[in-house]
Design a protein around this ligand. Sequence first.
Ligand code: HEM
Length: 148
Amino acid sequence: MQWRRGLAIGVLSLAFLAGCETTGDKMAMKDKSLYDRLGGKPAITAVVDDFVARVGTDRRINRFFANTDLPPFKAKLVDQICEASGGPCKYTGKDMKAAHAGMGVSEADFNALVEDLVATLDKFKVPEKEKGELLGALGPMKKDIVTK
Ligand code: HEM
């Protein structure tokens, strides 16, 4: 009978360990910053690349970016999203009011840009929760960007 008891304890220990593992993972996910859940800087860089390319072909708004030097602009966007999502970066660009002053960005322009961002996030299969959190972090900037 001794071996049976040993086996039962073994099975129970395994089940316990597996339980810890699952709970541990869930805890870790819950405590992770949006930055980590998005996949860190490589994922944010990929998102910005795709998003900026999309904006560049979006005839509703690409005129705004006709003279933009893309590499430094993309680097600023990456830093901004990285910082806004709780990552280790520091955004050193202009504040949103100064950056968009005098451009005459309308609400329709703003919505078009958000639509392009959503298309990118969907392409990368960013889950609804993370997508909502990211858009929620950018939404409040609208009042400083839309001036028309
Ligand atoms: C939440 C939405 C937006 C965010 C987070 C955002 C972010 C930024 C950032 C970080 C910069 C760089 C600032 C700097 O150079 O220091 C910038 C510049 C700019 N943004 Fe936005 N922006 C948003 C919406 C828009 C919209 C709706 C438009 C027009 C449709 C727009 C057009 C521009 C243009 C033309 C520049 C200047 C790019 C250049 O350097 O040539 N932005 N934006």
